[in-house]
Design a protein. Structure first.
Length: 70
């Protein structure tokens, strides 16, 4: 039987970027770590998944996040 890895979810909380509120959490699967970001109040809609902290920081600092949500 395989040893399944349970994901570890850490709730970071609510962050505000350019006047918009986002729900942020990190999820770890063994050695893999992801940052998940969703619009606050719209968790049922598609959010964004960043595979590295650097990818998240790049989005936060330079991308136009309003265009990333469909």
């Amino acid at each position: 039987m395989r040893n399944l890895i349970q994901p570890i979810t850490k709730e970071v909380g609510i962050i505000t970027i350019r006047g918009r509120d986002y729900h942020m959490q990190t999820i770890s699967y063994g050695t893999q770590h992801h940052v998940h970001v969703f619009r606050k109040g719209a968790l049922h809609l598609r959010g964004m998944v960043f595979e590295t902290q650097q990818a998240y920081d790049q989005w936060k600092n330079g991308m136009h996040q309003l265009d990333l949500f469909v």
